[in-house]
Write a protein that binds this ligand. Structure first.
Ligand SMILES: Nc1ncnc2c1ncn2[C@@H]1O[C@H](COP(=O)(O)OP(=O)(O)OP(=O)(O)O)[C@@H](O)[C@H]1O
Ligand SMILES: [Mg+2]
Length: 232
């Protein structure tokens, strides 16, 4: 992935139809992201931030428009093709973390590595997981289950899991949305670009979504580039 624009979205729309009710969640989004960029997508609740992030993260497809990663059109891939690309190139931190309560912290982070095409020895796997845990300063909680952790700690484990396959692209949905302001401050250094550049397997760039208090029209999805404000 060394194109200048690693990500290009052209006129992306997303329409949801549920019980006869149609929602046009994205109305023609254009976006270019360059290598190394740290970008924040801001906007009020319901404006389409998660929808856009899901499309960027290949969890969902656009209704219309073109999405290219490193020059390759990924707009219309099937579910399996998307899953393969995602596992290899994209780390995703969900708005509600989506950690697996039945697994301890170590196994939550090991899971995406086990699903990847790169087979690691048990020693290398352990080393990779512990490196990710060190990055978010959570090695002392490797044996805990997610529901035995605080909200901020769960958030850090979700970030560690997203970094497990050394992704090119790190996407974080509402990094502080579920946390109080103190915990929000605590987790911020783990996803801002300065920290990621210092980590052993730096992601090429990261994109986060954030609430934005200013009222915006739904057609103006908050694509304000607020990245600088979050770099420590
Ligand atoms: N799977 C779905 N089916 C139907 N409608 C959906 C679906 N997902 C999202 N929507 C609708 O699309 C719009 C955008 O939702 P989205 O979750 O992207 O908002 P958001 O900006 O992330 O909001 P928040 O800040 O509250 O997380 C909303 O009106 C939502 O109700
Ligand atoms: Mg959201």
């Amino acid at each position: 992935m060394n194109n200048k624009h690693v990500i290009e979205l052209k006129n992306i729309t997303k329409k949801f139809a549920l019980s006869g009710m149609e929602t046009l969640a994205l109305r023609g989004v254009n976006l270019n992201v360059t290598q190394g960029e740290y970008l924040s997508i801001s906007g009020p609740s319901g404006c389409g931030k998660s929808t856009l992030l899901n499309i960027l993260g290949l969890l969902d497809s656009p209704s219309t428009g073109t999405y290219t990663i490193a020059g390759n059109d990924v707009s219309n891939l099937d579910v399996n093709q998307r899953a393969t690309l995602r596992n290899k190139h994209i780390g995703f931190v969900f708005q509600s973390f989506n950690l697996i309560d039945e697994l301890n912290v170590f196994d939550n982070i090991a899971l995406p590595i086990k699903y990847s095409s790169t087979a690691l020895s048990n020693t290398a796997l352990k080393e990779r997981v512990m490196t990710c845990l060190e990055l978010v300063q959570m090695t002392h909680r490797a044996e805990h289950r997610p529901n035995q952790l605080s909200g901020g700690q769960q958030q850090r484990i979700a970030i560690a899991r997203a970094l497990a396959n050394q992704p090119d692209i790190l996407l974080i949905d509402e990094p502080t949305g579920n946390l109080d302001s103190k915990n929000g401050e605590t987790t911020r250094p783990y996803y801002c670009s300065d920290s990621l550049n210092n980590c052993p397997a730096p992601s090429r760039f990261s994109i986060t979504t954030l609430h934005w208090c200013m009222p915006m029209k739904p057609s103006q999805i908050g694509l304000a580039n607020h990245g600088k404000a979050f770099v420590y």
